[in-house]
Design a protein around this ligand. Structure first.
Ligand SMILES: Cc1ncc(COP(=O)(O)O)c(C=O)c1O
Length: 385
């Protein structure tokens, strides 16, 4: 058990909040005798499709698989070039490589932390001009990082110009909107993680794919279960990436509270923004037209040393923080020197030294937010003295 008073993320609190309903849902699956796909998974898929305002929704084993299956459904394969970012969960890049494709990493916007459309356009142009060298340009994976939507209109314009698929990585952004439109409805297909700490989290691994495209939905359904349309007859090579019905039953309960939970995250983020506005910290203010759902509340300190100092200060007072992510993917041992860097990732490499996150989940109390903010204000007062 942790000795922290306020932990950075707390999926157990979301179990406690809805314990009776969740226990009933789990018992229903156990009593049903049906343990693979079936009614519970189909009901969750219907409910999530309605909630995310898409035609099709397919439950899969986790968010990494959701990305891989989305790429495969679009026909991305060996040697193809896929554009994404380096400041994301390693899963985004790992999924590209699992398809045999080549991840081409693009720098990000310093305010939204999401893919910079100007850099993207430049990098896409270079790859399109030299397919023999880089592979055929096939897809873009914008990541709606921390809960803030990427600049989808600009990304779609580049994709249309070069005939690229757009696969949204929505793992951190269930319910985020841009110009009133939900993430996961902009691109060709979208992958969501339902990892326990996500805005919609299972109590184990789970993921879901959304699309309005009938053919892509059909492809995903085949690939997630060995290429079967009819049992035991594989039409195409597939794999096993099925959503567990017990997780589906839990998710059906939690989906009913997702809007309310997102509102809770926004409320706490707004409160931090108010309480900390007189400091030298850079706070996560959403762009006009964007609804940020604060999977993470990320602030930036004025200097890297201050970031480490503030984290230590809070830790000593029982407040847990994290750095997501501490090292860009292209610098990690598994990828360093192996992934082509076409245009320098200056912003990505710089940001990593300044960022940290504060606890922001819906089950926190107003007093928790006040306490975290007060410690930060005390620390900040010490900076100038
Ligand atoms: C941006 C992003 N993409 C993909 C994933 C992968 O999801 P999972 O852990 O469910 O495989 C995650 C979660 O860790 C994520 O945050």
């Amino acid at each position: 058990m942790t000795s922290l008073k306020i932990v950075p993320a707390n999926p157990h609190a979301s179990y406690v909040a809805h314990k009776d309903e969740i226990d009933t849902a789990v018992a229903r699956v156990l009593d049903s005798g049906w343990y693979i796909l079936g009614q519970e998974v189909e009901a969750f898929e219907r409910e999530y499709a309605a909630w995310n305002e898409v035609a099709h929704c397919m439950g899969v084993a986790n968010g990494t698989d959701a990305l891989e299956l989305s790429l495969r459904a679009c026909g991305v394969g060996s040697g193809d070039a896929v554009f994404t970012v380096s400041n994301t969960a390693v899963a985004t890049v790992a999924a590209v490589e699992r398809c045999g494709a080549v991840p081409i990493l693009v720098d990000v916007d310093p305010v939204t932390f999401t893919i910079d459309p100007n850099c993207l356009e430049d990098v896409v142009n270079q790859v399109v001009a030299a397919p023999d060298h880089y592979g055929e340009a096939k897809a873009i994976i914008p990541v709606h990082l921390y809960g803030h939507p990427a600049d989808m209109p600009a990304i779609l314009a580049i994709a249309q110009k070069h005939n690229l698929f757009v696969i949204e990585d929505c793992a951190q952004a269930h319910g985020a909107t841009l110009n009133g439109r939900k993430v996961g409805t902009w691109g060709d297909i979208a992958a969501f993680s339902l990892y326990p700490t996500k805005n919609l989290g299972a109590f184990g691994d789970a993921g879901v794919i959304c699309t309005n495209n009938d053919e892509l939905a059909h492809n995903v359904r085949l690939i997630r279960q060995y290429g079967w349309e009819e049992r035991y007859i594989s039409l195409i090579p597939g794999l096993n990436s099925r959503l567990d019905p017990i997780q589906a039953a839990i998710l059906r309960v939690k989906l009913q509270y997702l809007d309310q939970d997102n509102d809770g995250r926004v409320k706490w983020a707004d409160r931090y923004n108010t309480l900390l506005k007189e400091t030298t910290l850079s706070l996560p203010i959403p762009l006009t037209g964007a609804r940020h759902v604060y999977h993470q509340y990320i602030l930036k300190t004025a200097e890297p040393a201050q970031r480490d100092d503030l984290r230590q200060y809070l830790h000593e007072r029982g407040i847990g923080t994290q750095i997501l992510y501490p090292m860009p993917i292209h610098q990690q041992p598994a990828y360093n020197g192996r992934i082509p860097i076409i245009r320098k990732l200056d912003i990505t490499e710089k940001l990593v030294n300044y960022i940290m996150n504060l606890p922001v989940y819906p089950e926190l109390a107003g007093e928790d937010i006040e306490e975290v903010a007060q410690h930060i204000l005390n620390w900040h007062a010490g900076l100038s003295s």
